[in-house]
Write a protein of this length. Structure first.
Lengths: 524, 421
């Protein structure tokens, strides 16, 4: 096997369900079994966290051991003989599930987790037996406001402690704990304390059941109706890998997607709310002098303004790039402005820097600063330079690409052509506005602060007449008599990869269609 | 046989319009004519089920017939790939829509084989499936005979037989809640037990149906007008029946005694005593007679099944296959989860493929299903019996009169919903 030949020198031989396999020394037994296709259910184990072996769901038989052992807490050893599917093991799993379900409330119809719940999945896959008792269940608190973003339902909690470990090990903020014992055991915060760390919503993701639910997503949508699209968070320069969960043309939540090199399994709370801006203050139609216009008319007017300005005095025309725009938008604009219009005054701007930490959050709040800086061959001037250049009368005409509401001075004496997705003072001041799509609506790439080029996929349709930035640029170029005939973002990327060294090793990757969670692999 | 037939067919189609050529006709009284294309259907009243026959006629005689189907295509097979295993039952209702129960049963048996539930279905459920299935077979044959008679102007017979069909459909409505689209069968059994007092009602209805059929029999079987249109018309050879893949009453009319219930028994058919009637000449009248006799055989089966049916559960006791009861679902988390998963994800059928076949109203109704372990079929193909049965008309019709198309097509009993899927 190819996988085995790439193993490190020190390997151990383990017999899993009667078949011999080689694993790297020190490997976790659960992961080892899963890697060779042996199915083992679990609640408390998480690949990004330590293993406490509290749920007893991953018990397996090891020859020589008097009792079944938790595989998540066991390291592979040479000559180990493991059975993952003997009648005894299956019976133990079933009994543990019966225990877990004993006091579980009958909440599926009103539970946000239903449809992506590990408990539902494991019961159906491994138990399937109806209840043997009909006694009263232990009642606990139902709607506990534990934090700014999170509501706790103590009855639904199956005491796996994943959330506690996320707070301890990922957020480094030990906010949660268990209290009491036995059937009265509950998950809670210390009196007066709140679950308010910047990574608190990861507890909702790791919760195998609906005990911790996000206030933002609570009762918003049934999980199985959502369609997942792989994407990248536009919130900062880290570029956490995410899944966009959308339904009926609207994004309902962003969740982290595993990438060991960037964000592992996590993302910050701030990033999760980046989707809100996609649906707010959008520009649907082109504008001419503040009034709705046909796309073609707006393009023609923009082209006329640029042609006149560059003919009169090329030095008085400026172009503003956005650190929030994709590599493709940036490349297309670069092509138009520098190669086509011979503009030398290049500005770039984005959101102002903010807080940062040593975990995931970067101070630079733009997703593609690295990409823009690496692409533009001329010295980049700041927005502060832009303000002063406008004030001193150096500039007469400015072409702006603003995927986000770029903080460009509004009341200006200059002629403004704006390619923008969002309303704002800049758009109000512009003579020509062309609507463009946001990160959630396009194919494209962002370059994160480490120079890693990561792919975006469209999760929803762009509203109104909005088109991807590169297409708006290409249409404008067409009106100016230039040939920028891109059929797709992939073609722009291919051209950019030929002209920019840092994109040489980047691959466009396969296209991805949104997959309805009901039919995809359950997240539970 | 079939292999030889193809070149002949091609030769017949090589026609130059406007050329008068009567060499094909041995009937000397025929005047030489030019051949003419004639489109029968799709909106012709006798082309029930919606089908078009592109005929090439010379005078009143058919020279070639091109049977064009597809007017009732509903994407059943593709649609099934996007529905959970249970959600497909309503679609199967709409295959042969005059005997939906038989389709329900055929599909359920296929999925049950994939789930390895063969032999684990409660006995009462198996008997119920036989009972509702045989009622459906009777209604199927009644529809065919009634419509066939009506198209030969015997309108009275149509009403009498339709009335009999209605008595039976009322019984099925009482069982399932729907007169036509029953969706009564479930994977693992049937959705509900027979209502109280229902067997007695069935026995009563069978007596009345016998009376209605006896009346129709008197009006048709020795009726010269009827016999002249049926006897010796649309003859299918026994070898052709086998070669063209014909099944059901059409195949049996030729003497081919193939009945899935007898040759590959399923459910409890091996415990029930019944005969497989066969014809001798394979003409339209044989098909009429075979269907008439099969109705009586189905009644025999029904009487035995009613006598033998045991008490007990009507659906398998497995929360991973059958929905738990309402009381359990609302009061225990286990049943709630099982219910949720069965409805939202569908039951999990292990990866595999199966061809399972049963005796439908028109013959061998087969389901070829491929499962990939998910809650939906990866592929769900139907072998509709009347697709093969209809195909042979291209061979049978040439040489007949235009008027013969009506009884011949009628006795094939093409059901569009099933043929086109």
């Amino acid at each position: 096997m190819a996988a085995e030949s790439s193993l490190p020198a020190e390997t151990v031989t383990v017999i899993v369900d009667g078949k011999e396999h080689k694993f790297a020394k020190g490997m976790n037994l659960l992961e080892a079994c899963a890697s060779v296709g042996a199915k083992i259910p679990f609640f408390c184990y998480h690949p990004g966290l330590s293993s406490p072996a509290v749920c007893r769901q991953c018990l397996v038989d090891i020859k020589g051991s008097p009792k079944p052992v938790p595989s998540c807490y066991t390291t592979v050893a040479d000559k180990m003989e493991v059975t993952t599917n003997s009648p005894k093991v299956l019976d133990v799993r079933r009994q543990m599930l019966e225990f877990t379900l004993l006091n579980h409330p009958i909440d599926c119809p009103i539970c946000d987790k239903a449809g992506e719940c590990s408990l539902q999945r494991h019961y159906f896959d491994w138990d399937g037996k109806l209840a043997r008792n009909e006694g009263d269940k232990v009642r606990k608190l139902k709607v506990v406001d534990v934090g700014k973003h999170i509501v706790l339902d103590q009855e639904r909690c199956i005491l796996c402690t994943r959330c506690i470990r996320v707070c301890d090990e990922v957020a480094k903020s030990p906010d949660l704990t268990m209290a009491y014992r036995g059937s009265e055991q509950i998950l809670t915060t210390a009196p007066g304390q709140r679950l308010d760390n910047p990574y608190s919503l990861n507890t909702v993701d790791v919760c195998p059941v609906g005990a911790l639910t996000a206030k933002d997503f609570r009762f918003a949508r049934r999980a199985w109706e959502l369609s997942a699209t792989p994407s990248v968070c536009p919130g900062c320069a880290t570029g956490c890998n995410i899944e966009i969960h959308a339904a009926q043309g609207k994004i309902w939540r962003l969740v982290p997607r595993e990438n060991p090199a960037v964000n592992k399994f996590w993302m910050c709370d701030e990033g999760r709310f980046e989707y809100k801006a996609v649906h707010e203050n959008r520009i649907f139609l082109p504008q001419l002098g503040g009034k709705r216009a046909r796309f073609d008319a707006a393009l023609a007017e923009a082209a006329r303004m640029l042609r006149v300005a560059t003919a009169e005095e090329a030095g008085s025309v400026g172009v503003v790039f956005s650190y929030a725009a994709t590599n493709e938008d940036t490349h297309a604009l670069l092509h138009l402005a520098i190669d086509g219009l011979k503009i030398q005054r290049i500005y770039a701007g984005g959101r102002s820097p903010g807080w940062s930490d040593a975990i995931l959050v970067s101070a630079d709040k733009n997703p593609n600063t690295a990409g823009v800086e690496r692409m533009v061959p001329l010295p980049l001037r700041t927005l502060k330079d832009l303000t002063s250049d406008i004030a001193t009368g150096v500039l007469s005409t400015v072409l702006v690409l603003a995927n986000e509401a770029l903080p460009v001075p509004a009341a200006t004496p200059v002629e403004l052509v704006v390619l923008a997705s969002h309303k704002g003072p800049l758009v109000d001041a512009a003579q020509v506005v062309l609507p463009i799509a946001t990160w959630a609506e396009v194919n494209g790439t962002f370059t994160n602060k480490d120079g890693r080029v990561q792919r975006l996929h469209p999760a929803i349709e762009a509203p109104g007449e909005a088109v991807p930035g590169w297409r708006a640029v290409a249409l404008l170029a067409g009106k100016l008599g230039m040939k920028l005939a891109y059929a797709s973002a992939e073609e722009v990327f291919a051209e950019a990869a030929r002209s920019h060294a840092f994109l040489k090793d980047a691959a466009w990757g396969p296209s991805s269609q949104p997959v309805q969670l009901r039919f995809g692999e359950s997240r539970g | 046989m079939a292999r030889e037939a193809v070149p002949q067919l091609a030769a017949r189609r090589r026609v130059v319009f406007g050329e008068s050529d009567v060499s094909d006709f041995d009937d000397e009284q025929d005047l030489p004519t030019e051949s003419m294309p004639l489109m029968m259907g799709p909106s012709h009243p006798a082309m029930h089920g919606t089908v078009r026959m592109a005929l090439e006629v010379e005078g009143e005689k058919i020279k070639t017939a091109d049977i064009q189907i597809g007017y009732l295509h509903r994407c059943f097979e593709k649609e099934a790939e996007y529905a959970t295993w249970t959600q497909i039952f309503p679609y199967t209702d709409r295959l042969n829509y005059v005997s939906p129960m038989l389709n329900n049963v055929g599909y359920a048996l296929a999925v049950e084989k994939l789930l390895d539930l063969d032999g684990k279905i409660p006995e009462r459920a198996q008997y119920i499936r036989v009972i509702v299935g045989e009622i459906s077979r009777i209604t199927d044959h009644l529809t065919c005979l009634a419509a066939g008679a009506m198209e030969l102007a015997a309108f009275t017979v149509y009403f009498w037989l339709m009335k009999a069909r209605e008595w039976l459909w009322e019984l099925l409505e009482e069982v399932s809640g729907a007169r036509l689209t029953h969706s009564y069968v479930r994977i693992g059994g049937v959705v509900a037990d027979l209502p109280e007092g229902w067997p007695a009602k069935l026995r009563e209805a069978l007596v009345k149906v016998r009376g209605a059929i006896a009346d129709a029999d008197k009006l048709l079987t020795r009726n010269k007008i009827f016999r002249d249109r049926m006897d010796g018309v649309g003859v299918i050879a026994k070898a052709d029946a086998a070669g063209w893949g014909l099944t059901g009453p059409v195949a049996r009319s030729t003497g081919l005694a193939y009945d899935v219930r007898k040759d590959h028994p399923y459910l409890v058919y091996d415990r029930l005593d019944f005969d497989v009637p066969v014809g001798s000449t394979g003409d339209n009248f044989d098909r009429y007679a075979v269907r008439l006799e099969e109705i009586f055989q189905s009644m025999r089966i029904l009487e035995q099944a009613l006598a033998k049916i045991p008490t007990g559960p009507t659906i398998i006791d497995d929360a991973r296959v059958a929905l738990p009861g309402k009381r359990e679902t609302y009061n225990t988390i286990e049943a709630m989860i099982a219910h949720f998963k069965l409805i939202m994800d569908g039951l999990h059928v292990p990866p595999g493929e199966i061809y399972s076949f049963t005796e439908g109203g028109n013959g061998e109704l087969g389901f070829y299903i491929v499962a990939d372990g998910s809650g939906r079929p990866w592929k769900c193909r139907v072998r509709p019996p009347c697709f093969a049965n209809l195909a042979i008309l291209t061979k049978v019709l040439p040489g007949l009169f235009i008027a013969d198309v009506v009884p011949t097509f009628g006795m094939i009993n093409m059901i569009g919903g099933e043929c086109d899927r």
